[in-house]
Design a protein around this ligand. Structure first.
Ligand code: SF4
Length: 371
């Protein structure tokens, strides 16, 4: 039996002056597993891995649930399961093996300049401007931060951060992250962009977001207008994707609108066991992304996360996957394979090494001398 989604007043954005349609879509989210399963139309007996009482909060919006429904109705069971695994809690989350990691994440404490403001590199600052997401991903290393009450950075704290940036002329790149920065209200977003555009040293404003994928209705004309009015900074929108079945017509439309606003689009792809851990799955996703104008930017190695170790693909396996994708598709479609380092030390490249002795090995296995 299908039940309507449960509207919740939690995690509600400031709707003042905004376009109400996407806010309604956002509020129509499920916070209990059983209702979401009924809505999507799948049966717990068929998918015995689902844990109905998640240890961490559960949150799924209707845009993603509808995508799962259409995969089920279209008989694409494999694709359906890959997407379902991203959002539905898995019994393995509760196993001792999955829970051996503390919540250390990437060492944000060491990189913190102030609450929600981090500097991992001299020329970049990251601001967690928003404390919630449109849906929660089970592997997320910040899920304990983004599954709560949904607080956003207030105006005073934001203004304070802007002043800090003015005092750091070496910072050229501001990364807006979260939670999801594209869930700010239109009026708040306009203010943020105007202030950021005034900082003399800033040339790039980046959005780390999953919203064009999980809530494409949020890519409204108002948002596009605000983004297109940046004068001094270029907007880069790095969108989180995991599987080719996420790329339906609504996502493609959202990507086109963002490109028309002058945004440069990239993809962050977490390497996930059971979702994209084969060359063919990764290749299909990267090719499809390239075709809709989203350049695969980074393939992200699993970040040790409490309750999520079943997602981990070993680095050697990840290297073999990216090595096989390389050369079988355009280089534009091959992401950098990277790992986050602990203690606030940023990221490291995991590019496969083709050097052999004094030479370099080709795709066909021939070793050529390095000149
Ligand atoms: S959208 Fe990003 S920040 Fe939000 S739960 Fe998923 S991975 Fe975490």
């Amino acid at each position: 039996m299908l039940r309507p989604p449960i509207a919740s007043s939690r995690c509600r954005p400031d709707a003042s002056g905004g376009d109400a349609a996407w806010i309604t879509d956002l509020q129509n989210r499920f916070f209990d597993v059983r209702s979401a399963m009924d809505y999507v139309g799948f049966d717990a007996d068929e998918l015995s891995w689902v844990e109905e009482r998640p240890r961490y909060q559960f949150c799924l919006n209707v845009a993603v649930a509808d995508r799962m429904r259409s995969l089920l109705e279209g008989g694409r069971r494999g694709d359906f399961e890959a997407i379902a695994r991203i959002y539905f809690p898995d019994r393995r989350e509760l196993s001792a093996a999955a829970r051996r990691f503390p919540r250390t994440g990437i060492g944000e404490e060491q990189a913190a300049l102030a609450d929600n403001v981090y500097q991992f590199y001299p020329d970049r600052v990251l601001l967690r401007i928003n404390g919630f997401c449109a849906s929660l991903c089970r592997y997320c290393f910040v899920r304990h931060k983004v599954s709560g009450s949904g607080s956003t950075v207030g105006r005073a704290a934001f203004d304070d951060m802007v002043e800090k940036l003015r005092g750091r002329p070496g910072v050229r790149d501001l990364i807006l992250s979260g939670g999801d920065p594209l869930l700010l209200s239109d009026s708040w977003m306009r203010y943020v962009l105007e202030r950021v555009d005034e900082v003399p040293s800033l040339r790039v404003v980046r959005f780390d977001t999953k919203v064009p994928n999980t809530l494409p209705s949020r890519i409204t004309d108002e948002l596009v207008l605000a983004l297109s009015q940046l004068e001094q900074t270029t907007a880069y929108v790095n969108i989180h994707f995991s599987h080719v079945a996420e790329l339906d017509a609504s996502v493609e439309r959202a990507a086109r609108k963002l490109r028309r606003a002058g945004c440069v689009l990239g993809a962050h792809i977490p390497l996930l066991r059971g979702v994209n851990d084969s060359p063919s799955q990764l290749r299909s996703l990267c090719q499809a992304l390239l075709e809709i104008g989203v350049r695969p930017y980074m393939l992200l190695q699993y970040i040790p996360t409490d309750g999520a170790d079943h997602w981990r693909v070993p680095v050697e396996e990840g290297q073999a996957i990216i090595d096989e994708v390389w050369g079988s598709v355009s280089g534009l479609a091959v992401p950098h394979y990277v790992a986050y380092l602990p203690h606030g030390e940023g990221k490291a490249l995991l590019t496969p090494n083709h050097l052999e002795g004094e030479g370099i090995r080709s795709k066909r296995g021939t070793v050529f001398p390095l000149t």
